[in-house]
Design a protein around this ligand. Structure first.
Ligand code: UDP
Length: 322
């Protein structure tokens, strides 16, 4: 596809802007970029991000933090080589509570982040999601699948904002020749998830550590597959550095039911918790597993961290937070 923007290859130290840089994934990405020699400018408004996730970077001369809502114009004096657009509420209870902010950051925020990339001649990566497949009728999900989304349902604000963001990224790519990358992130877990973000990993682990009932929604026959954060960030880094503007799924294809997952958490924590069932939220996808053929062949990427290993690190993190 056309590449007409005034692209600047990094000559000295590469400079990256990470929106949502104080979030769960944004902060892990920031750490990886700093390790790989980038200067990082992180932007976050702390709606769901946390200062604790970036505290350890205070005083690092290669790190700069800007507290800003990325739906507002992003003005930076310095050159930028890479824009990583990670800002967004990402857990179902967050985007149910913040539907308008979720739609705004996926639409207006993506517009501002793409505008920044265009002005600076930078490469742009969108953190998209498996949610764009909705409640998928194709299993496992390949990138060619167009999805099955209820636009007006409770998850529509997130799914549609990310679908719009993908469309906008492709429009900037085609119209302005911006180098764009789209990663579709499947369920990911690890340290720095918020204890109360409502997602299944922090929910089950904190319930198990307190020996409280594990709340399985519905019958628990719905499936997910969980990727440890370090694996995911490595895949995303490789995608940015690749030449592929088509979307790429990144996730761990090891699929399990939520009932099996609850049992695994009880085992891994040594908890006395019992499983209880709660109503299944509306439009909760029945099955989800990434087809990662593209990531394997284009990026030579495969997840390396086993569920046992990843859970051990995650449980240790939550133990000190409880
Ligand atoms: N879930 C559950 N109990 C909880 C939280 C979530 O059974 O306390 C289920 C939820 O219904 C879904 C799966 O776990 O089927 C994953 O939910 P999560 O909120 O982590 O994200 P999703 O994959 O739905 O975006």
């Amino acid at each position: 596809m056309a590449t007409r923007n005034k692209r600047k290859q990094p000559v000295g130290q590469p400079v990256s802007v990470v929106t949502g840089g104080a979030g769960f994934l944004g902060s892990h990405l920031t750490d990886l970029l700093l390790q790989r020699g980038h200067r990082v400018i992180a932007i976050d408004n702390f709606v769901t991000g946390s200062v604790e996730n970036i505290d350890h970077l205070a005083g690092n001369p290669n790190f700069k933090f800007i507290q800003q809502d990325v739906t507002e114009f992003i003005f930076l004096h310095e050159p930028v080589n890479y824009v990583w657009h990670f800002a967004s509420p990402a857990s179902p209870i967050d985007y149910l509570e913040l539907p308008i902010q979720t739609l705004k950051v996926g639409s207006l925020g993506t517009h501002k982040a793409l505008g920044l990339a265009r002005t600076k001649g930078a490469r742009f990566l969108l953190a998209s999601t498996s949610e764009i497949y909705g409640d998928p009728l194709m299993h496992p999900q390949t990138e060619e699948y167009w999805g099955n989304v209820n636009t007006i349902g409770p998850r529509g604000c997130y799914d549609e904002s990310k679908r719009f963001a993908e469309a906008l990224a492709m429009a900037y790519h085609r119209e302005h020749g911006i180098e764009t990358r789209i990663v579709r992130i499947f369920n990911t877990y690890g340290p720095r998830m918020r204890l109360k973000d409502g997602r299944v990993v922090p929910a089950f682990v904190s319930q198990a550590l307190k020996n409280k009932p594990i709340t399985v929604f519905g019958t628990g026959q719905q499936t997910r597959s969980f990727c440890f954060c370090s694996d995911l960030i490595e895949g995303i880094y490789r995608l940015m550095m690749s030449s592929h503007s088509e979307p790429v799924n990144i996730g761990n294809p090891q699929e399990m039911t939520m009932l099996q997952f609850a049992e695994e958490i009880i085992r891994a924590t040594g908890s006395k918790s019992k499983i209880v069932h709660k109503p299944l939220p509306q439009d909760d996808p029945k099955q989800r597993r990434p087809d990662i053929t593209r990531a394997r062949s284009w990026l030579k990427w495969d997840p390396k961290v086993s569920l046992g290993e990843g859970l051990e690190k995650t449980i240790a993190y939550f133990r000190q937070k409880i």
